[in-house]
Design a protein around this ligand. Sequence first.
Ligand SMILES: [Zn+2]
Length: 460
Amino acid sequence: MNIEFYGAAQTVTGSQHLLTIHGYKILLDCGLYQGRREEASRINRNIHWDAKSIDALVLSHAHIDHAGNIPTLVKNGFSGTIYSTFATRDLCSVMLSDSAMIQMKDARHLLEHKGEYIEPLYTIDDVADALSLFNGIAYEKRFEPVPGVFFTFYDAGHLLGSAIVLIEWQENGIIKKMMFTGDLGRVNRPILRDPVHIGDVDYIISESTYGGRYHENEGDIEAELLDIIHDVVEKRGKLIIPAFSVGKTQELVWYMNNIYNRGLMPKIDVFVDSPLAINATGVFRLHPECFDEQTRKILYRDDDLFAFPGIKYVKDVIESKKINRSGKPAIIIAGSGMCESGRVVHHLIHSIRKPNTTILFLGYNAPYTLGRKIADGEKRVRLMGDYYTVNASVRQLHGLSGHADHTGLIEYLSNRNISAVKKVFLVHGEIESQKILKQSLVEKGFADIMIPAKGDIVTI
Ligand SMILES: [Zn+2]
């Protein structure tokens, strides 16, 4: 087998790895590269592979950096089957459509404001074509996308529908096994199950996002959240929560719903201000097969995990603007998670100067993003071209990360016969993180660990 590493090699974005085996080509993930505008556009538009020559695509999960460039692959002639779990397929339906709308809007904006014509990376038609190629596969059901090569999805506990992928094939009569972690989740997360252990393998392609980094002790998330909500009610202010629309938003609402069910939720309006979050929440409701035991138990008493009196899902942009005109205290959950774009920016413009506003971050903000600046305590920030003084208080809620940290990665990867592992490939991480993770894995006894660079082809 040959593995060509192209996306997410020494970086965390644009996940794509091509397997060539027995004359067949199978692509693992087809993520969108996210980064500086021009560079991203160049990488995403010029699909590295001859799309027509790829026989099948196996998708670990629906996050845009893993699935977001599938429509471009299809537009370029890929006509094979796309294998994913059912929930991943459904999340792709809403997330790729949303992504196409953004691409189309950006192109229109450039034309109207700068007279520059660019073709959208892909359109809603390309997304429809891509969705018609999906084949949903349940967890732990073996499938054979090309003759003689078997795949199985195991729950990765990272996002609804996310999978660790096991690949099995024969060479000279000997069965070989390789594990691709996709993005590896954590134990004890809300809604989702823990990552499933899959036993001994010969090869591992592992993510390394949190190599060398550790999640802060999460404490009692519900209690912390309740404390923040009480504070906002007392100050008669707004609580603005920048959140990713898929995953984080549902987890947060799940916690609030639990608080309500325990009779502890104060009387306050809660707005989920994101059309994408609304559609994604619909997908969550459709897939109880992905829920952990705790969440299934809640369903016995409460048939809707994502709604309680006082919560309102806001689709319409006029409704969204009305939220700010009302002087009433409110909780506003809106995208984007790092405040770079989306409706949250408008809410910040309206409320960031007020001392009774609280901004609550749910996790990591990438360097140079507006979210990072606010989280770091900058007192003046730029929003839509104008400067605003930050008088709002800033809080952090830890414990909602979707990724295993350094310890989690080591524990998961080591839970097998280490001496049987012939080679580990570290992908989906910044090089510094990867080096630290590699060192720890060497100390654990892994013999051969490689950090492939973009374009490396390895024969195993
Ligand atoms: Zn992910």
